[in-house]
Design a protein. Sequence first.
Length: 166
Amino acid sequence: MKLLSFVNEVDKEILKQPRGGCIAGSIQPDISMFDLVGHLVYAGIFLYQILYRKGVKASYNKNFLNMRVDMRPDPSESYEDLKSLLMKFDDALIEFTQTVDLSTIDLEDYPAPPAGNFFAPSPASWLEHLFSHQIHHRGQISQILSELGVGYDISQFRIYAFTNDL
């Protein structure tokens, strides 16, 4: 929520300005902050769907399980729609983490990636990728916001350590 509140401060023209960024394993020069927000939610939903198909037991939002997703948002989508979808997906991820049955993920059988691949296709690997993906792209967005002088470094624990809203 805090990250999105900072993105809201950015002029909508700047939001869609190509800056370069990493999506789908490669740095692409035409990526904008809008694309990163869309990729954060759509690729996150894609990974969430894989966990469901792999048999990881948890509470899932059925709307996300049936959603068709691309790795980048359609340029005709509004930022407000992406923001709303991301907030709903964040709620689904929180519920997922609170209800996941870790016995359905064999953490002991965490195979090494096959040659030429960056992770093994096990439920544990997909779960790790879901969360590292979210962290990675939120970090990209946070870095762009820092370059634009918007917000503050929300990764600092000291910001939250002495508040009553934990």
